[in-house]
Design a protein around this ligand. Structure first.
Ligand code: ADP
Ligand code: MG
Length: 590
């Protein structure tokens, strides 16, 4: 284990040293080279835009939420500085802080009211917000100075040193950019960043795994808006003059293009995209009349052929030469699955649950109890309501009627992540991983669910995740990207993700589906080991052989109702069950 952690620490320390060196060089660059005022101006624009685009990296690249109002937040920061210093005579730093605060607050409010919707609605609403800002900036002339804009914005002093010199102010902007870039680079490796990426990769799975998805999206939106405000504040004093057309919808689209062009997944991509889109027009100037067409074409071509942006391509090439770390399984601690045993009273009571979809009575009055420390199987023909029952159990659906008691707590109205926080883990019939995250990261998201007191620190989360992977037998795959794994291993990653959260109650929806005979046998062994650890498992499965081996009790559903319940021996001999289901299942097996 220590080898492994050392490896991570060393790798990260080396990268940090490298970036610090490059960062220092960048900040010092305005003084090291004799740039013309024109070039300095361009760099100033690139630096401030990059800060804004870093916000887009968080909201779009990490959390996967579209934001077409980034220029509005940029404008809020700029206007705060412009109005604050020019109209009110306030200190620059105070107005900068105010600008960031106002922008972040606007992002927070917009996020809280709209992020429940997502997708197209989010795009529409952010566009409307952008239009409103535009109208206000142009028409509320008494305050904003209307289309004339605000001139004479002065640069601040720092430690008594007046930053009127272009080079000094640029160095300060670059320093701020590097600092922000460092934080954004670091973010994906934190709990928060992992949760954001999980939301982007599969929001439903993230929520069920215990991520408070709405909160994470709102935080991403707020951070993004705050960074835009910061960029806006620097921009205003950098150029001494602002007007509404610096902050219109076209500018928001420009920020979006910069984000996608450079690579939305990385801070460096954001900086690269911003700088390129500011420099490209300069380079293409010699083309004269056709310049806009060529510029547009170049952007389109890059985006079509490099879906992960330019930085994505660089990463892809670099990854070819990077050997994944070798993990010595012997150093990974065994997975602790122990749940303090109380008694074998029911851990879950389902009382006449109904779930109707319009006229479809998917679940129509199911009642059952699952005893602590048992493996309870739920079987029945296709379409009999098994998955729907599970979806009601972990909160993806609100039941039309009925009640759920988990550990004597009424969970009927709780959200999925709250239920995950109580220790209800789950896998899906059609696998739902976070495909573009590593296997280890997938499982770490599981480990970081709320109230999982086993793993608090990042190191403990990593260790917990490795233990879960070792338990299911694929710890050597930890560093691989989840989507590249074969199907059977993806099923195991999903189980490991659920186990890492230290569940008290595990829901498995057809874990053997799609597995070959060997994999099925291994799954059987895995389920027996889980049972040996005293974990309560609620299992949907079609493979009767597997069910006979591992389950203590079986409930049979048909047309959304239970038709039988008992021990495997009782149920599998029940004539009703044979008529409704087993005839078909045995036939299918044969
Ligand atoms: P099982 O898992 O037992 O195969 P399901 O619970 O997936 O069955 O489905 C039970 C019934 O409910 C099916 O007829 C299915 O078409 C229907 N159903 C499931 N989910 C929905 C939904 N979101 N909207 C409408 N009908 C649904
Ligand atoms: Mg199903």
């Amino acid at each position: 284990m220590n080898d492994k952690i050392d490896h991570y620490k060393k790798g990260r320390a080396a990268r940090m040293a490298f970036f610090t060196g490059v960062g220092a060089l960048v900040v010092a660059a305005p003084f090291l080279f004799s740039f013309s005022p024109y070039v300095l101006n361009m760099f100033m624009q690139a630096a401030t835009y990059s800060i804004v685009v870093l916000g887009m990296i968080v909201v779009l690249g990490y959390a996967g939420q579209i934001n077409l109002a980034q220029a509005t937040f940029f404008g809020l920061g700029a206007y705060a500085v412009a109005l604050g210093t020019v109209s009110l005579g306030l200190n620059f730093w105070l107005t900068l802080l105010l600008g960031v605060g106002v922008a972040a607050l606007a992002g927070l409010v917009l996020g809280m009211t709209t992020l429940r919707l997502g997708g197209h609605y989010l795009a529409m609403i952010t566009i409307s917000f952008q239009q409103i800002f535009d109208l206000v900036a142009v028409n509320w002339a008494e305050v904003t100075h209307g289309p004339d804009g605000i001139a004479g914005i002065e640069r601040p002093a720092l430690f008594g040193y007046q930053l009127t010199d272009d080079r000094a102010y640029l160095a300060l902007s670059l320093f701020t950019l590097i600092l922000a870039a460092f934080l954004i680079w670091w973010l994906p490796h934190t709990r928060l960043g992992r949760a954001m990426r999980a939301v982007r990769e599969n929001e439903l799975a993230a929520e069920v795994t215990g991520v408070h998805t709405l909160r994470i999206k709102v935080i991403a939106f707020t951070m993004s808006a705050g960074l835009a405000g910061l960029g806006g504040g620097f921009y205003a004093a950098g150029f001494a003059y602002i007007s509404p057309d610096n902050f219109n919808f076209a500018r928001s689209i420009e920020f979006l293009t910069m984000t996608l062009l450079g690579g939305a997944q990385s801070a460096f991509g954001g900086i690269l995209g911003s700088s390129l889109l500011i420099l490209l027009p300069e380079w293409l100037r010699f083309l004269k009349e056709v310049y806009l067409a060529v510029y547009g074409l170049a952007v389109i071509l890059i985006m079509v052929f490099l879906p992960a942006g330019i930085w994505g391509l660089i990463r892809h090439l670099a990854d070819r030469y990077r050997k994944p770390a070798v993990i010595d399984e012997a150093n990974i601690p065994d997975l602790d699955l122990v749940v303090p045993a109380t008694d074998n009273a029911p851990i879950l009571k389902i009382a006449s649950i109904r779930k109707h979809f319009g006229g479809v009575k998917a679940v129509d009055g199911v009642s059952l109890e699952v005893r602590r420390g048992t493996v309870h199987a739920l079987i029945g023909p296709n379409g009999s309501g098994k998955t729907t029952t599970l979806n009601v159990l972990n909160g993806i659906y609100k039941p039309t009627d009925g009640q759920l008691l988990f550990d004597n707590v009424d969970i009927t109205a709780m959200t999925p992540h709250e239920r995950a926080g109580m220790g209800i883990g789950r896998t899906f019939q059609n696998i739902r991983l976070f495909p573009n995250m590593s296997v280890l990261e997938n499982v770490m998201v599981g480990a970081q669910r709320e109230h999982n007191n086993i793993a608090r620190t990042d190191q403990a989360l990593r260790e917990r995740a490795l233990s879960a992977l070792k338990f299911v037998g694929i710890s050597d795959k930890a560093e691989l990207i989840a989507r590249n794994l074969p199907y059977g291993h993806q099923r195991l990653v999903e189980i490991a993700r659920a186990l890492a959260g230290h569940p008290r109650f595990l829901l498995l929806d057809e874990p053997a589906a799609g597995l070959n005979q060997t994999e099925k046998r291994e799954l059987g062994e895995l389920l027996k080991r889980l049972r040996g650890h005293g974990l309560t498992v609620f299992l949907i499965e079609h493979d009767i052989g597997l069910i006979e081996q591992v389950s203590d009790r079986i409930t049979v559903l048909n047309f959304g109702k239970n038709i039988a319940e008992g021990t495997p021996a009782e149920v599998l001999r029940n004539p009703d069950v044979i008529a409704a289901y087993l005839g078909e299942a045995i036939h299918a097996t044969a």
